[in-house]
Structures are given as structure tokens and as C-alpha cells.
Design a protein around this ligand. Structure first.
Ligand code: GCB
Length: 746
């Protein structure tokens, strides 16, 4: 029998100590786990959160041990590096803030009371990932710690934090039909201490196997297997292994098969199963990354409500508990390591060890289908030979450790499509932010169409897209960069349509389901946060775009949602009332009177004249929703971000004469016309001079150049709004309006 003793209480946290002796004596703060020291300062902006070495200490009573028993300390996560001391002696070091690790303390435990101390460090260095990324690097013992006592002969405890049991299901579908499937289940075990035999039970069948050199394998045939079939039927089996010593390990597994087709996308158990979902960062408001089970559970409930069938668990290994929830709820998961933004010449070993831990610790989860090698890794230093080699090694490692899953990576938009790095993983994905940071929404469509046309035999996915939204900000004329809830909704409406037309995108993941802490950010009215979430960081407020996805994805729970519930004061005489619903028909009531019934799908738009205060009500079947709107004389400035440097509205609609050029044309169209090209040539020259390094990287990068050509001049000007005056923009538009566009050739 093995025994696990939770060590989550009675810790003393010491923020500053020079060494273990000092850490053992100075007064600290009594805390219990999970704990991070950045719960507050990691979320308030300014990038000044405490990054350094802190200490955790606690008394540890030596357990009563039988002969030969071994004792391990097990840490579920210590961010980012940890040194473990017992009675003043350093026993181990672990580098990587998101994976489980163990320390064998058997020989070092004294009878009676022992002093356990752990120094945990989240300061920067040159070799442990992540070092540069758009999220807060919380420090702390932010997951659970326990003491595990195993018999002398036991399942391996020393191999990359794994459990010593690995289950590989191989599913065969009869005539491609998932109603009649068979599975071969291979259960492998690793044991230490001289094990000779193991009893393995899988799906209620039991077998004995001989253990040779600490390794054994048992195979089982399941005819008419109950498949793990995604969100519809995530059926789980159990496998259990037992040694004569009484040591037992148990794991759940699921039987499923999957593949990716460059033309048809993802297949689960023989049928097309388009992966449409969201990304999740683990942290939340007030607690940082120190999450309780209830918090994980709440996140999963929100994921179920939105109706996603896939999750990208970014940008690092998440809690075991959360992968378990994914298994239980049928989510298809992309799992990854924090090899992100900046490739470090000294970091290769760390990428490999973090990947090895990720795969070994998570191999048995049926939810996981792929291993993510890196994220936007070429963003800071481009593609170097060392980076390529690092990716080849990671890719080979994943295949060696796991022949059943594919590898992928999330590419930054400016990575050229023909870069050799794209040839390394089995499938690729791009993070694109056209329509938010840069460019126009339609450029997302064009980008993927070009990729797909150029590489019809390669699988491509959409690993990130999103727009920041502070729910306080509202607009009747939403625009890129305004941080309104209204623009975020419009952004996602476009992207959802573009995705629907491209079933070959093997997976798409919204960035992000939840707002998350990025302490370096100071923007959008909530410093320290990335607000691309569909739900706020405290999980309390679902933004309108959340319900848009729910309308597309949730087929179980009929609902109707009225957008703009925080947009009460409206200056327009006739306002747009927008509903999201997963039902084919909705009805609008104004002040208790039925106004209009509309048929359609997902998004329903109505025009409603307003004069005073109105109760607007939406109905479908028995579902109802209502909001209040009020006719206002003046714009409510609480709805506008940063007033001065927020949205740039230079024009009225009638400043644009059809048939003539204007700033609303794309750079490509303008540049291809001699006169218009000359007019904007001057402007781009002076902008390049002022933004030298940006201009240089645009020149050097064909993808960036192409991206610029697809942007409207107006979009470009907004990007450099600190450098142009409204008068200059108006003058430029007036000049362009004098130039007739060439006739379209039919
Ligand atoms: C990205 C990164 C992600 C950022 C996101 C953003 O491409 O992969 O970590 O948070 O962009 O919001 O800028």
C-alpha cells in the first residue's frame, strides 16, 4: 500500500532571506497552500511585481516507516524554479514552474521533527522558460505538496514526475463506423526495487505479467469498445496495476482514434469533428495562479456553457485536476510547454525537460491529442539554426515518447509561410490579430486562403485571435482599438463566419476565454490585464461575445441574449438592438409590446427608435432576456476609453465620394495607382523615418509587407495616430478624393 499525506497547512512564508539558515529563523507569515506572492502585485499593472527568491518552510514529522519503505516529497507546481532543503541540506533543484516533481527524502528524514524549506524563484534568468511573454510569471508554491510513502518495491517515482503506468489504446473502427469499434489496450508499467510480477486490470479484465529490468507490458483486447467520443460521450475506463508488495497505481483512459486531414480538418472516431473552442490561462483575479478545486470546476462549467469542444491549455502545463476535468467532459486538448516569444541559446535543455515532463505526466489523458512545441517563438529573434535544431529535438522527443499523438506549434503572424520551421511539427497553426493590433479583419480570411492554396497538403489551424474589451466601454460605432465590448462582438462575428467557410482549419481557439493578468500591460482602462477574454478575470461577467459563441456552439441549452446591456445611454435616435441565440426564431418586445419576430441564425439585428427610457425584451420559446436603454442627449463619456487617444473618428460618412480614392482604400490599391501612390509615398517615407526599426522589419519581411498592402490607409493612420493631426488626415483624404479610380475591368 502507498500512502499520501497532504502538506498544505502550517507553512511559513518568508519573502526575503539570504540563505536557508536565515529562512529558518526569520519571522514569516503563516500561510497554507496553494500560495503565490504575486496575487496582488502581479495583477495591478506597471510590470513591477516582485520577482525574486522567496522561502517556504514547515515542520515535517517523520512518518512511522516499515522496513524498506521509501518517502517522497511531491510538488504539483513550484514557480518557476525550486530548491528543496531538508534539515538545512539542499536535496534537489527543479527548473520549470508548471510540472510535477518529486524528491526522495528517505535517507535524509530524521526520526521525529524535520525542517523542510523550499526556496522558490521567479526572477529572470537565461535558460528556464518562460522569460518573455504576455502574462504574469507568478511565483510560489501554487499547487499542492504531499508526502508519498511507498513500499520498497514500488512503481517508479523518479521518472519525470510520472506515475509509472502508461496506457495506449489503439482503436479500430469496423468499416469506419464508430458504432462497432474494437480496441487493443497496451498497459506498460515501470517499477523499482526488484519487482518480479505485476497484476494489471484494464476495463475489468485482469492479467499477470512478468517484470524484467523494472518494465512490464500487458495487452488487452476490447471488442465492442465503448469509445471516448468527445463532448457527446466521454466514456472513461480504468486501468490498475498492483505489485506483490501491495503498491498500486491506477489511471483512467479513454479509447478513441483521431487524425487530421489538410482538406477536411480534424476527425474523431472516424467522423469529421471540427475543433472549435477557446484557450485558457489558469489564473484569476485576486488569487493569481493559486487555484482551488472549486475554481477549476467553475472554469469547466463556463467552458461547458459556451459549448466549446476543444481547449488550448496555454502556455504551459496546467493542473492535473484540470486535464482530468477535460477527460471527463470530452474536451479535445492542445497541451504545450512555455517555450514562448524568445528563443534562448541556453534554454534548449529546459525545453526538453519541460516537454518530457508534460508528456510523461499527461500521457494517459484521452483529452490530449497534440503536443505544442512552442508559441510565437520566432517573434523576438527570427528563425535561427539553433531555434530550428531546438524544434527538431523537441519534435523527435515527442514522437519518441508518444507515437499516438501529433505535434504542433503556434506561429506568429509575421513568420513567413515558407519558413523551414513550419516543416518541423506534424501540423501548424497561426496566431493572427488582423482587425485588432494591425490590419483589417478580412486579412485573416485572406491569410488562410493564401496558405491553404499554397500548401494544400498541409494542415493549418487558427491558434489565436481576439480583441480586448473592457465591458465598461460601449459604442454604437465600434472600431478597432476602442476596447469596447461592442467591437469585440463585431470582431468575433466576422471571425466566426470566416471559420464556418473554412472547414479545413483543423482547430480554432479564441484568445482567450478569460481575461488574464499581464502585468506589463497598461491599457484599456484596466492596467495589468489582457482583456481579450470573453469572460472577466473574476469569472463574474460574461461579455456579449461569450454569448455569440454560445449561440454557435451550445446546442443543448436554448437561450437568447440581448447585447449591449451595459450600453444604456444612447444618443442615436434609432438604435440597433442585437440578439444572439441558438434558436431559429426570436421575438422583440419594446415596452411590453411585441414589435417584431425574426427568423435567422445566431445573430439577429433590429432597429428600434428611442425617445425616453425603454424596456427591451427578447424572447425565444420560454427563454427571455431584457435590457434597459435610455435616449441621451450627450454621449456618456464613461463608455469611452481614454477619450483623447481612443478611437479616431476623423470623418462623417459623406466625406467619401464613390468612384474616387480615399483613405478607406487599401495601401495596395493606392500604391498601384501612380498619383495616389505618390501622395501616400511621402507620408510613408516620413513615418518610416520616425519608426526606423519597425520600417526596417517591414522591409525585410515579405509577410509584413503583404500585410501592410492589405490594410486600409485609414487603418495605418490610426496605428500612427500620435504622429498625424486630424487636419493632415483630412487634407490627405481631400487630395485622394480628387483622383478617380480606374474603371473595373469586368
Ligand atoms: C499572442 C500570444 C499571447 C498574447 C496574445 C495577445 O500572440 O501568444 O500570449 O497574450 O498574443 O493578446 O497579444
Amino acid at each position: 500500500m502507498r500512502q499520501a499525506i497532504e502538506l498544505n497547512e502550517n507553512w511559513i512564508f518568508v519573502k526575503h532571506a539570504e540563505n536557508v539558515t536565515e529562512a529558518a529563523t526569520v519571522q514569516g507569515e503563516e500561510i497554507s497552500l496553494p500560495h503565490t506572492w504575486n496575487a496582488v502585485d502581479g495583477q495591478d499593472g506597471g510590470n513591477d511585481y516582485y520577482r525574486g527568491t522567496c522561502w517556504y518552510r514547515r515542520m515535517l514529522e517523520s512518518p512511522q516507516l516499515n522496513a524498506g519503505q521509501k518517502v517522497y516529497l511531491e510538488f504539483d507546481g513550484a514557480a518557476m524554479t525550486a530548491d528543496v532543503y531538508l534539515n538545512g541540506e539542499k536535496l534537489a533543484r527543479h527548473e520549470g514552474g508548471y510540472s510535477r516533481f518529486r524528491v526522495n527524502v528517505t535517507e535524509k528524514l530524521r526520526t521525529g521533527t524535520n525542517e523542510l524549506a523550499v526556496s522558490v524563484d521567479n526572477a529572470d534568468n537565461d535558460h528556464v522558460y518562460p522569460q518573455k511573454a504576455d502574462f504574469t510569471f507568478y511565483g510560489g508554491l501554487y499547487r499542492m505538496v504531499r508526502l508519498v510513502i511507498v513500499p520498497e518495491v514500488h512503481f517508479s517515482m523518479d521518472y519525470y514526475g510520472g506515475d509509472g503506468i502508461r496506457v495506449t489504446p489503439e482503436v479500430t473502427l469496423a468499416d469506419g463506423n464508430r458504432e462497432h469499434a474494437q480496441a487493443k489496450i497496451t498497459v506498460e508499467i515501470w517499477a523499482d526495487g526488484g519487482a518480479e510480477r505485476v497484476t494489471v486490470t484494464a476495463a475489468d479484465q485482469t492479467k499477470q505479467a512478468a517484470v524484467a529490468d523494472g518494465y512490464a507490458k500487458a495487452e488487452f483486447e476490447l471488442s465492442d469498445v465503448h469509445l471516448w467520443d468527445g463532448v457527446e460521450d466521454p466514456y472513461l475506463y480504468t486501468a490498475k496495476a498492483e505489485l506483490a508488495s501491495g503498491d498500486v497505481v491506477e489511471t483512467r483512459f479513454g479509447c478513441r482514434c483521431f487524425h487530421v486531414d489538410p482538406q477536411k480538418g480534424f476527425f474523431l472516431n472516424g467522423r469529421a469533428y471540427p475543433l472549435r473552442g477557446v484557450s485558457r490561462h489558469q489564473d484569476r483575479a485576486g488569487v493569481g495562479n493559486a487555484l482551488t478545486s472549486a475554481m477549476h470546476q467553475e472554469d469547466m462549467e463556463i467552458i461547458k456553457e459556451i459549448g466549446a469542444n476543444t481547449l488550448r491549455l496555454a502556455h504551459y502545463q496546467h493542473a492535473q485536476e484540470f486535464y482530468d476535468l477535460c477527460d471527463e467532459n470530452g474536451l479535445i486538448v492542445w497541451a504545450e510547454i512555455p517555450y514562448i516569444t524568445l528563443h534562448m541559446p541556453n534554454g534548449r535543455e529546459n525545453t526538453l525537460s519541460q516537454m518530457q515532463e508534460l508528456v510523461v505526466q499527461n500521457y494517459n489523458h484521452p483529452s490530449i491529442v497534440c503536443w505544442g512545441l512552442s508559441n510565437e517563438i520566432t517573434a523576438s529573434g527570427g528563425v535561427t539554426e539553433d531555434l530550428l535544431e531546438n524544434h527538431r529535438l523537441l519534435n523527435d522527443l515527442c514522437h519518441r515518447l508518444d507515437a499516438s499523438r501529433f505535434t504542433t506549434m503556434a506561429d506568429v503572424f509575421m513568420l513567413e509561410m515558407d519558413s523551414p520551421v513550419l516543416e518541423i511539427p506534424d501540423v501548424n497553426s497561426y496566431n493572427l490579430y488582423f482587425g485588432w493590433y494591425l490590419g483589417e479583419l478580412e486579412q485573416n480570411d485572406a491569410f488562410f486562403d493564401e496558405y491553404h492554396a499554397k500548401y494544400p497538403d498541409r494542415c493549418i489551424g487558427f491558434s489565436e485571435y481576439g480583441a480586448d474589451a473592457n465591458p465598461q466601454y460601449q459604442s454604437a460605432e465600434p472600431d478597432k482599438g476602442d476596447y469596447t465590448e461592442s467591437y469585440q462582438a463585431v470582431f468575433h462575428e466576422h471571425i466566426l463566419q470566416m471559420i464556418e467557410k473554412r472547414p479545413w482549419l483543423w482547430a480554432t481557439h479564441v484568445w482567450n476565454l478569460f481575461d488574464f493578468a499581464a502585468d506589463g500591460r497598461d491599457e484599456g482602462g484596466k492596467n495589468g490585464q489582457n482583456q481579450k477574454g470573453l469572460v472577466t478575470m473574476d469569472r463574474k461577467l460574461k461579455k456579449d461575445a461569450f454569448y455569440l459563441y454560445k449561440a454557435y456552439w451550445n446546442r443543448k441549452e436554448p437561450f437568447v441574449h440581448l447585447c449591449g446591456r451595459r450600453y444604456t445611454d444612447r444618443t442615436e435616435a434609432e438604435t440597433e438592438v442585437k440578439m444572439y441565440s441558438n434558436q431559429p426564431e426570436v421575438t422583440l418586445f419594446v415596452d411590453g409590446k411585441k414589435r417584431e419576430t425574426m427568423q435567422g441564425s445566431h445573430v439577429f439585428r433590429f432597429k428600434v427608435p428611442i425617445s425616453g427610457t425603454h424596456r427591451i425584451e427578447a424572447q425565444t420559446g420560454v427563454c427571455r432576456d431584457f435590457i434597459t436603454v435610455r435616449k441621451a442627449e450627450e454621449k456618456n463619456m464613461d463608455y469611452v476609453f481614454g477619450q483623447a487617444d481612443g478611437v479616431v473618428n476623423w470623418f462623417d460618412k459623406d466625406d467619401f465620394k464613390p468612384g474616387y480614392f480615399s483613405i478607406q482604400d487599401t495601401m495596395g490599391a493606392l500604391q498601384s495607382h501612380p498619383q495616389a501612390g505618390a501622395l501616400i509615398g511621402k507620408l510613408t517615407e516620413s513615418a518610416s523615418a520616425a519608426r526606423g526599426d519597425v520600417a526596417q522589419s517591414v522591409k525585410d519581411n515579405p509577410n509584413l509587407q503583404k500585410m501592410m498592402m492589405g490594410m486600409t490607409l485609414e487603418g495605418m493612420l490610426k496605428q500612427v495616430r500620435d504622429m498625424v493631426t486630424p487636419e493632415q488626415v483630412k487634407a490627405l483624404n481631400d487630395a485622394l478624393q480628387q483622383i478617380k479610380k480606374p474603371e473595373q475591368t469586368k
